[in-house]
Design a protein around this ligand. Structure first.
Ligand code: MG
Length: 448
């Protein structure tokens, strides 16, 4: 009942839910699958339903590669997470996991983890992995190698195990291993498939690193309470030590002072995460294929919405907070075009800026960062759908900046998608109108 009431009080979200359920045009149709491929998609569904949904819509050229990339990293992470595996077995397993990709029969049957099935049925994953283009296999193997070794380093790092993340630099490095590397692998796949601009590989994958870090940091901020219950924390001490001498204080000490300090700490962490936004938006601009764009954009818009929700919100210290289902549908639909994504970011940046309390020690810094992001957005997309000012400026100056090409390349894609969206809008409005007519008709007859 609660969910229905929520939807009725947010009509735009109700519309989004109906649109998601029946009217959204699917980018790519599903094809016939071999039994092992079918099983791989079942494994994907069992381990991550939200990821399965976005992967199922990907372009056929990359769909299986990205699905297998996910399953292989899921298997690696399952081995890492399983506390019943002794470190003398676990560490070499993680370090050599990429070598198992050369075999056809590797399986690990002793895991007690909830996702143990991925390790147990690894030969099925291998069978499909070996069918991928060799270049795709190499990318997946390389990232598995780097991530497995990173994970093993953390297991052996006693200081990390006892005290968690120390400096902001350590925080970035931890996020690099668990998320930045995924961004690097995906970027290589997109570029190789011709779906994204190869410039994304410049500067040591700086922009894809930001894509991963923005998502990971958002989860880390939101999961304070859940992680603490599991006896761990990833908030960097360099930040939280400004507000408390022990991290669990925010959870235990309910005094006004402690709760305020906890909130300011959250706000500083959000400020830190917002440092990745310009990179994220530039990255998205450089993804050309609509299905890959969707795949990249959806988690990012969810992250900015989550950051706006956790910002200045003391509930984060005590429970798990989540964005509403209806909001999620609205965000997914907005993620189909670059102007749509940019509007979502602009909206939530403004929410964060308005929520920022004057008493916050970082009030000024937060205001400046939000202002910079808004300016960046305004420069590229002054109003949704119009020709970006930046492109005009570059044209007038006779310069052929890459950014101009990115914006122009995206524009034709966005226009095509926008046409499809307006057709959907027409259908959905017709449905809403019929519902309205039926209801008002019933009321009329009931009254007469
Ligand atoms: Mg893990």
């Amino acid at each position: 009942m609660g969910k229905i009431t929520q939807l009725l009080t947010h009509p735009d979200e109700l519309k989004a839910v109906i649109q998601m359920l029946g009217f959204r045009k699917h980018l790519h149709q599903r094809e016939a699958q071999s039994p092992t491929l079918k099983r791989c998609y079942e494994l994907l569904n069992m381990t991550s339903r939200s990821f399965a949904a976005v992967i199922s819509e990907l372009h056929p050229e990359l769909k299986d590669a990205i699905m297998l990339f996910y399953l292989i990293l899921r298997a690696l992470d399952t081995a890492e997470d399983d506390m019943t595996i002794d470190p003398t077995i676990k560490v070499p397993l993680l370090r050599t996991f990429h070598d198992k990709l050369k075999t056809t029969d590797f399986a690990y049957l002793n895991s007690k983890d909830k996702d143990a099935v991925v390790l147990a049925e690894f030969p099925i994953i291998l069978a499909e992995y070996h069918k991928l283009k060799p270049e795709y296999q190499d990318i997946i193997k390389d990232i598995t190698d780097k991530m497995g070794n990173g994970m093993a380093d953390y297991i052996l790092d006693e200081k990390f195990n006892l005290e968690g993340v120390h400096t902001v630099k350590d925080y970035d490095l931890y996020c690099h291993y668990v998320a930045g590397l995924v961004g690097e692998g995906l970027t290589k796949l997109f570029v190789l498939a011709g779906f994204a601009n190869k410039d994304l590989m410049n500067d040591d994958f700086e922009k894809s690193e930001s894509m991963g870090l923005f998502l990971q940091k958002t989860n880390i901020i939101r999961d304070y309470n859940e992680d603490l219950e599991d006896g761990r924390s990833f908030w960097p001490k360099e930040i939280w030590s400004k507000y408390t001498s022990e991290l669990p204080t925010f959870y235990k000490d309910l005094s006004e002072k402690s709760q305020l300090d906890g909130t300011y700490c959250i706000n500083e962490l959000v400020y830190n995460a917002l440092g990745h936004v310009k990179d994220v938006l530039t990255y998205l601009l450089m993804v050309k294929d609509p299905s890959s764009f969707n795949f990249c954009a959806i988690p990012q818009v969810m992250a900015i919405a989550t950051l706006a929700l956790v910002f200045n919100n003391r509930d984060v210290l005590h429970k798990n907070i989540k964005i509403r289902k209806g909001t999620t549908c609205k965000l997914i639909l907005a993620s189909r075009t670059m102007p749509g994504v940019v509007q979502v970011f602009k909206q939530y940046i403004q929410i964060i800026n308005h929520k920022s309390p004057v008493e916050d020690p970082n009030y000024l810094k937060i205001g400046i960062r939000c202002g910079e992001i808004e300016q960046f957005i305004e420069k590229m997309y002054p109003t949704p759908g119009s020709i970006p000012k930046e492109a005009i400026r570059l044209k007038q100056s006779g310069k052929t900046d890459d950014i101009e090409q990115y914006i122009i390349a995206r524009k034709s894609v966005d226009e095509q998608v926008a046409k499809e969206i307006s057709a959907e809008e027409f259908n959905i409005n017709a449905v809403l109108l019929s519902i309205f007519l039926v209801i008002s008709g019933s009321i009329y007859y009931a009254l007469n």
